[in-house]
Write a protein that binds this ligand. Structure first.
Ligand SMILES: CC(C)(COP(=O)(O)OP(=O)(O)OC[C@H]1O[C@@H](n2cnc3c(N)ncnc32)[C@H](O)[C@@H]1OP(=O)(O)O)[C@@H](O)C(=O)NCCC(=O)NCCS
Length: 149
């Protein structure tokens, strides 16, 4: 398989491409403003690109010894090639350098691909927020998952 380089920090100029993926890939996409706020707040915002085409991205915050993976998404055309796994590796490194002990995330209870991915990377379910997410025709639970850094 072709090797793809290391993820790099997300820049404001990337947001058009990032939003195009976000809007295609997620039912309740983040706005450009949320991504901009994450970059300006100094969160760990990373993109994976190939030949200058953005294929996926991740956003991780870190404070008070805990890190949180706030967004992780891969272009639908580029899935099952290890890109999310690579981005999780970068998120874990970021958590390490900010001296976080744990990396948390929230995921829709119905998102079986993401849950499989996270389990494979050592995340365990540590809680559940009932009705946390909006969903077609109602609300949906969030699973809270975590792993040691
Ligand atoms: C979840 C998501 C990020 C996975 O991205 P990806 O780059 O395809 O993931 P990887 O290639 O790194 O997958 C690694 C492993 O995770 C598991 N996995 C990933 N996608 C899966 C799927 N659709 N079904 C079952 N297992 C899956 C597999 O174990 C896979 O290993 P394998 O391909 O050797 O079987 C991607 O599907 C996505 O962007 N979904 C929409 C956004 C989203 O749900 N983000 C998470 C929000 S919390």
């Amino acid at each position: 398989m072709e090797t793809i380089g290391e993820p790099r920090p997300m820049r404001y100029e990337d947001l058009r491409a990032v939003l195009a993926i976000e809007q295609r890939a997620v039912h309740y996409p983040w706005s450009g403003r949320i991504f901009r706020d994450c970059i300006s707040a100094g969160y760990g915002c990373f993109v994976q690109e190939r030949h200058r085409q953005i294929l996926g991205y991740a956003v991780v915050s870190s404070a008070a010894g805990e890190a949180a993976l706030l967004n992780l998404c891969v272009d639908p055309a580029w899935r099952r090639r290890g890109i999310a796994s690579h981005l999780i590796g970068v998120a874990v490194e970021r958590a390490e350098v900010t001296r976080a002990a744990s990396l948390f995330l929230e995921v829709r209870a119905s998102n079986t691909p993401a849950i499989a991915l996270y389990r494979r990377h050592g995340f365990n379910e540590v809680g559940r927020r009932p009705g946390y997410y909006p969903a077609a025709g109602g609300r949906e639970d969030a699973l809270i998952m975590a792993r040691a850094v």
